[in-house]
Design a protein around this ligand. Structure first.
Ligand SMILES: Cc1cc2nc3c(=O)[nH]c(=O)nc-3n(C[C@H](O)[C@H](O)[C@H](O)COP(=O)(O)O)c2cc1C
Length: 394
């Protein structure tokens, strides 16, 4: 959360300025106070009135003519963090070279706290030697660059230069400002659904998207934890998270068991296959050969494997249930977990693929607590609050 944190949002003149309305909203939703500076070109791409309506304060646009005698020094003293999104090539050049010929660059020059820059421009501009020189200078000055991503650009082009989405920018801001309530805590999270190959192109899988586990990892990183995410999914996460990409239950077991001994908390969210085909064909199965006779064998029990380690971390398991979460209570007592998070994946706002979840927390003694439907990121935040309480009380 960013409760009470003061964030100055600098908007420069690129097409991606339309995303900044969402960024401002996300920051405010997370409790921040937001003021904005728009460069003179930014007004061509985003209405000042839009930002005024979202932030509750008219954006600052010039040194002169406003109420403040010295807006750049006043804003630099006000802010806990400055984020510039989108950052044009021109604005990055100003910052890299210490120019202060507009209100935004002068405010950054007068500011001593963290500066986050989200570049957005066409691929040729981004890859030009001049921009890359400026990127190196900004990195050397300790500016935090988020993105750019590779993807569709204005005018139908495609390639590196696309501004990062608001979420990774907010995540980086939280990691820098979040108060670090989990600083020093080492965390392991598993996410996604495993895929068990039948032949070189086919597999047995499940519907897990990896969104819940990724939200758990991202929230921990935003609170300052050192996070390793073992995942089958390919969802965006902040650069500070160590990602270990796996595909099968065996690969996930190997990675999780190896890493679990070195962490304080393991939250195993991944939907892991219980069975896998015993054999994997070397060449694709042919229709003409008729239906395959798949013999299934059990996969490793990852949760039980972590629980039985010599010094297990605080262990949280997720259980996907269909129709009732009662069976999960049995699992909570038998698997050696500290907490079990059960969700009924058949409910419309819960489980696989959707952005919300309705979970029930079950303790090893069977006591349970049903939480309301929340966004997965909110479930993750409440879960980390609970884990902190439980660890403090043991
Ligand atoms: C339609 C249009 C789109 C533009 N998009 C970008 C952009 O995405 N990134 C960029 O660096 N410059 C872009 N420019 C050029 C900037 O607007 C121009 O360099 C301007 O001087 C930037 O000023 P500022 O950094 O002070 O806002 C665009 C220009 C036009 C006309």
């Amino acid at each position: 959360m960013l409760t009470g944190r003061r964030i100055l949002l600098g908007v420069s003149g690129g097409v991606a300025a339309f995303k900044v309305a969402y960024l401002a909203r996300r920051l405010i939703e997370r409790g921040a106070q937001v003021r904005a500076i728009m460069t003179s070109s930014a007004g061509e791409f985003l209405g000042a009135q839009t930002l005024a309506a979202i932030t509750g304060t008219a954006p600052y646009e010039d040194f002169f003519g406003g109420e403040s005698v010295s807006p750049h020094t006043e804003l630099a003293r006000w802010a806990d963090l400055i984020v510039i999104a989108p950052a044009t090539a021109a604005t990055m050049a100003r910052l890299a070279n210490g120019l202060s010929d507009d209100l935004l660059s002068a405010t950054v020059l007068a500011f001593t706290g963290p500066v986050v820059v989200a570049p957005a421009m066409h691929t040729e501009m981004w890859e030009s030697p001049a921009t890359q020189r400026n990127v190196s200078l900004l990195n050397a000055d300790g500016v935090h660059l988020v993105g750019p991503e590779s993807g569709p650009l204005a005018g139908g082009d495609e390639g590196p230069g696309r501004m990062s989405e608001p979420e990774p920018i907010v995540d980086r801001i939280e990691a820098l400002l979040g108060g670090g309530s989990m600083a020093g805590t080492r965390v392991l999270v598993s996410a996604g659904g495993t895929r068990e190959p039948i032949d070189p192109v086919r597999y047995l899988g499940n519907r897990s998207s990896g969104k819940m586990g990724t939200a758990v990892a991202v929230e921990a990183a935003a609170r300052g934890a050192a996070v390793t995410l073992v995942t089958t999914a390919d969802l965006p996460v902040s650069d500070s998270i160590d990602v270990v990409q796996v595909e099968t239950a065996d690969e996930m077991a190997e990675a999780v068991w190896k890493l679990a001994g070195g962490v304080d908390v393991a939250v195993l969210v991944a939907a892991v296959a219980d069975f896998k085909p015993q054999d994997r064909a070397d060449t694709t199965l042919r229709r003409a050969s008729g239906p395959p006779d798949l013999k299934m064998v059990p996969t490793p029990d990852i949760l039980a494997g972590v629980a039985s380690q010599e010094n297990p971390p605080f262990l949280v398991g997720f259980a996907a249930e269909t129709g009732s979460v009662e069976q999960a209570a049995e699992k909570a007592s038998s698997k050696g977990v500290d907490l079990l998070v059960a969700n009924d994946v058949t409910l419309p706002d819960s489980g696989f693929g959707v952005d919300t979840n309705q979970v029930t927390i079950i303790r090893p003694n069977g006591a349970s607590d049903g939480w309301p439907v929340m966004r997965k990121r909110q479930v993750a935040a409440r879960l980390w609050d609970l884990i902190a309480e439980e660890r403090a009380s043991t």
